[in-house]
Design a protein around this ligand. Sequence first.
Ligand SMILES: [Zn+2]
Ligand SMILES: [Zn+2]
Length: 347
Amino acid sequence: MNALRPDLLALSSEALIALSNAGFVKKAQKDLSEGKSPELNSENGELIARYSDGHISTLPAGAGLRDARCTCPANGLCRHRVTMVLAYQHQASMANEAENEPTASSHEAAVETWSPALFKTELETLPSSLLKRAYRLASANTLIRLTAWQSDSPTPTAHLPMCSVRFFSSHSLSHARCDCSDQQVCEHIALAVMAFAQAPTENWTQLNVTVIPPQQNATAYDLFSSEAAMALDQAIQTIALQLWQEGSSQPLHHLEALFAQALQLAESLKWRWVLESLTALRQALLDQAARSSRAHPERTLALLCELQARWTSSRYACQPDAPSTPPLLPTCWVLASKVKSRWIIYD
Ligand SMILES: [Zn+2]
Ligand SMILES: [Zn+2]
């Protein structure tokens, strides 16, 4: 049973939460601990789980969790599909225990060091439009902060200026997760694989890299040159200036229109942290206006500074021509800060 899907055994709870959501994982864990396990079978490499509510989930051979199917009406992932993976892990560890083998639990399965560079050949199977978008990002000199696999932190990660990519399994690229709004493999995941592939093979844990695109794709491109990005820049600068000049107690009606415009632009660009940062700042201002107990002027100030610092750093990191003077603070210090806490909020 273990040999059938080692990639599923390598998925930790953290990975399952990132690939689906915390609610599904908790419910599935609760069901299994109460003995409500689906009936698991495999046919021609396909994993099949039959539930007492009559629904059946299937995972085709070699497919990742996102390609699992279920007979229930849920769009996207459902608790059946998540339960199927946990039940599979549970069954495998029971089988191991019965055979007196060391328990290959989900967390212990991936004991060997690995790098997402091994997905490099898989890049060729991705849609060309997606690769083109990745090359455009690369030709913008997008700075990427890589964190390598480590035994105490076994999820290789790439922090891009606008989003982060985590690789949860060495067995399948489909178990990589980007925090941009895409549920499927996106250009950021492709770019992150290229970055790992260009990094040295050993002797580093954290590294800043810019990907060198293939020659034919090396036309200079500025991430901030699109109409939407320029409009977003304008909206963010206006919001910040307005707040610095008039303070956070000013009536919010004219700021509201700017926030609405900025949020819509960030959403359309799929710039995740910008969206979260603007949402948090807007909420802090609304809390203050409503005299809510959640309102704290220091927090509002910190959110405003964070938005401006990260925005400036991103712009700096994405200049098509390498700047001649280094920034006062390394870009990665600003952009990589608070990443962990944002994940927790979003999970
Ligand atoms: Zn389902
Ligand atoms: Zn993405």
